[in-house]
Design a protein. Structure first.
Length: 160
């Protein structure tokens, strides 16, 4: 049985831009079982696609990467978004829950959508008897809110 992860953009960007925790994120995303199948199923929100694309572009603007690197990273990320990750669309349910989460916790809008997505996904998996997700975020405020909402939370920055 696969391990289930939900990555917000602060965690997912580490797969493309080398930061503290990048190696751990790469292991989670790319580890395969003895049959060659991915061991972990990583889910992201479609809004995370825009956020990671923006982070890649910002890295070029800040001089951290070259234009050629940006293009290569962006193309790799665009391909992975189609082939490697499960993606969740923004639904009325997620907007409603995300809005409620902003009233309970000091979250930015997209962070609340990430948390709402993870909560709904976790409910779907547990009710189907498939297990729980691990919510992965490098954002301390979002980690705190996710723990208070009952999710198992991982901080990629705590891993080498």
């Amino acid at each position: 049985m696969a391990n289930f992860y939900y990555f917000d953009s602060s965690a997912l960007v580490k797969l493309y831009i080398v930061e503290h925790g990048s190696q751990w994120v790469e292991e989670i995303v790319n580890t395969k079982d003895q049959n060659g199948d991915l061991l972990n199923l990583v889910t992201i929100s479609k809004i995370g696609i825009v956020e990671v694309a923006a982070a890649i572009a910002r890295s070029e603007r800040l001089g951290s990467i070259t234009t050629a690197q940006r293009l290569r990273l962006f193309n790799s990320f665009a391909r992975d978004s189609q082939e490697l990750f499960e993606t969740l669309s923004l639904t009325d349910e997620l907007v409603h829950l995300g809005s409620e989460l902003t009233q309970r916790w000091p979250l930015r809008g997209y962070d609340a959508v990430h948390l709402a997505s993870a909560i709904v996904l976790n409910e779907q998996l547990t009710s189907a008897g498939l297990g729980e997700i691990k919510f992965v975020s490098a954002d301390k405020r979002l980690q705190q809110a996710s723990r208070k909402e009952g999710l198992t939370t991982e901080d990629p920055q705590e891993h080498l």
